[in-house]
Design a protein around this ligand. Structure first.
Ligand code: PMP
Length: 362
């Protein structure tokens, strides 16, 4: 059987080298005779693992010293609630920028706790493509406790590369599907968060990177496990963390460092995305409806000229070892998620399959 490539949006494929290492020490971690998932999170061995993972993540993203790195639970959606509960302090207002389904879902949760000003920045270009207004045209409330946006909309395949300047208002970003794919200047953000199951590791973990002065303002009624101050003081072990996910995230961080860090990883991501977008743009059979300025490097939706071929495309691509290409139900068509772990060979295999499919069915 030829190689399998998994294009799932999340849980997404993990690097093969990481999976092999995890397999090799699955039952006998560091010669202990037990699996890492059977070890106490309070043991010196596990605490060393956890600290190393944090140090490696800090190195990868050049996290400044005045930021806390938290390993939380509850995924991305957990943070939809945790962000307002932690950051509002005595304010009532927060700004939310809308660019697609995930930023809209964040608003639904935040409205339970705050007075939200929603700003829809989506536009359509003259040639009918989806675009977003540049950051300096976003309407902002200088009284807001924070401004929240989603730099990569996983479902629509929209990515915002510029970082908005919000003055004294802390900038909060849901980086679930873009974290670790390109360098970031963390100092421009008050807080970023990401569910793990795309570029970090398996599901079960959410990473929060938060500036220290924003910690310690949580509402009294906040569940303790969501309180950044409590988690920071407990080194993210206020309750039992998802130890195996944390371990695998640590292996992924080492894998990224071994490639030369995020600058090198970004080059590969640019090459992979270009390969696929160029193939789509060169064809009159496939199309992507996002303007080039905001096309996601991680999630690439595309449609076929004839919708009635969708099922055939999906079954034939699956048979060719190209898995989970079905687009999100809200968008339809196809979606190829090509996170860090997807090798360029996987994208090449997809592009080759698409060309061959087009020849037979166009
Ligand atoms: N934000 C974004 C951008 C996402 O892509 C997702 C999940 N696909 C979420 C939030 C929700 O994450 P979770 O399922 O971990 O709650």
């Amino acid at each position: 059987m030829s190689k399998i490539f998994n294009f799932c949006a999340g849980p997404a494929m993990l690097p093969e080298a990481v999976m092999q290492q995890a397999q090799s020490e699955f039952c006998n971690w560091q010669g202990s005779g037990v699996s890492v998932m059977e070890v106490s999170h309070r043991s010196p061995e596990y605490i060393a693992l956890a600290k190393q993972a944090e140090m490696d993540l800090r190195e990868l993203l050049s996290v400044p010293d005045n930021y806390k790195v938290l390993f939380c639970q509850g995924g991305g959606r957990g943070q939809f609630a945790a962000v307002p509960l932690n950051l509002l302090g005595d304010k009532l207002d927060a700004d939310y920028i809308l660019t697609g389904q995930w930023s809209k879902s964040a608003v639904v949760e935040a409205k339970k706790h705050a007075r939200i000003k929603e700003t829809d920045i989506m536009t359509t270009t003259a040639d009918g493509k989806i675009a977003v207004k540049p950051c300096d045209e976003w309407s902002m409330n200088s009284e807001a406790a924070y401004l929240h946006y989603c730099p990569n909309e996983t479902i629509e395949g929209i990515e915002i590369f510029d970082v908005p300047a919000t003055g004294d208002v802390p900038l909060v970003a849901d980086m679930s599907s873009t974290i670790l794919s390109r360098p970031l200047d963390i100092s421009k953000f008050g807080l970023i968060y990401a569910g793990a199951q795309k570029n970090i590791g398996p599901s079960g973990l959410a990473i929060v990177i938060v500036r220290e002065d924003l910690v310690g303002k949580a509402r009294q009624a906040i569940p303790s496990i969501f309180d950044y101050e409590i988690q920071a003081n407990a080194d993210s072990m206020y309750n039992t963390p998802p130890t195996y996910s944390w371990y695998l995230a640590g292996l992924v961080f080492k894998w990224l460092l071994a490639q030369g860090g995020i600058v090198e990883v970004e080059k590969k991501n640019i090459a992979k995305a270009e390969l696929l977008y160029n193939a789509i743009d060169a064809s009159s059979f496939y199309s992507n409806n996002v303007d080039k300025s905001v096309r996601s490097r991680m999630n690439i939706p595309f449609t076929l000229a004839d919708d009635s071929l969708n099922e055939t495309f999906l079954s034939e691509s699956k048979a060719a070892g190209l898995l989970t290409l079905k687009g999100h139900k809200l968008v339809g068509g196809m979606r190829a998620s090509i996170y860090n772990a997807m090798p360029i060979e996987g994208v090449q295999a997809l592009v080759d399959f698409m060309a061959e499919f087009e020849k037979r069915y166009a």
